[in-house]
Write a protein that binds this ligand. Structure first.
Ligand SMILES: *Cc1c(COP(=O)(O)O)cnc(C)c1O
Length: 216
């Protein structure tokens, strides 16, 4: 696979779902990938990337940003409150808002800075104990709480359980978003992004299918 293949498949999935070409944002998840693979995708013209660790992103993106313009970074991994400030300084969007304490910290930073990244609330659609995200039953209340803090809430995000059909999880996420009037749906990864697009994804997060298997 490559960026060109994935882009072609994404355009086909959009067309099949009756969506406009480019309606779905492709986030190339570059976590842990060697810099030369990331640079190859930059050289092909892609500018939207996802990372799952603030520290890793801080370590390598300033150099790329000095050499390529228009880079847009999305945080797709868990965010610790003590990393919130560097995260809001570096990321255009945060897909892992999962608890009130983090929302309050982000709201305080937004007031200090006069701006905030777009936020997606992560919903643990499979209610897996080891996984981040608010529980589906708590999502409506957390959406309301986030909005009451005046934060720019773009939508919802989920990571379905491995080894399960992702479709019911994508449908559940879409239902929660719809009843809360949220347009953004961050769902779909290398193995299931076409299914996610068919079920309404606005942002897909694709790593290994673009860059190759992650080392280690
Ligand atoms: C790693 C990761 C991805 C990309 O996974 P692939 O299976 O390599 O496409 C997407 N979303 C999140 C939250 C991730 O941590």
């Amino acid at each position: 696979m490559s960026l060109a293949d994935i882009t072609r498949r994404l355009r086909a999935a959009e067309a099949a779902a009756g969506r406009a070409p480019g309606a779905v944002t492709l986030i190339a998840v570059s976590k842990v990938q060697p810099p030369d693979r990331v640079e190859a995708v930059l050289a092909e013209g892609h500018r939207i990337f996802g990372e799952n660790r603030v520290q890793e992103a801080q370590g390598r993106w300033p150099d790329f940003q000095a050499r390529y313009s228009g880079i847009e970074l999305h945080l797709v991994g868990p965010l610790q409150t003590n990393k919130a400030r560097p995260a809001v300084e570096m990321f255009r969007a945060i897909h892992s808002l999962d608890r009130p304490k983090l929302a309050k910290t982000l709201a305080r930073l937004a007031q200090d800075r006069g701006e905030s990244p777009e936020l997606f609330i992560q919903v643990n659609t499979g209610a897996e104990p080891q996984k981040a995200g608010c529980l589906p039953d708590d999502a409506d209340a957390f959406v309301a709480e986030t909005r009451a803090l005046d934060l720019p809430l773009a939508g919802l995000m989920c990571i379905p359980p491995v080894d399960e059909d992702p479709a019911p999880h994508f449908r559940l996420l879409a239902r929660i978003a719809e009843r809360n009037g949220l347009a953004g749906l961050s769902m779909g990864m290398s193995d299931d992004f076409e299914t996610a697009v068919a079920l309404g994804a606005t942002h897909v997060r694709v790593g290994s299918a673009i860059f190759g298997a992650r080392p280690g």
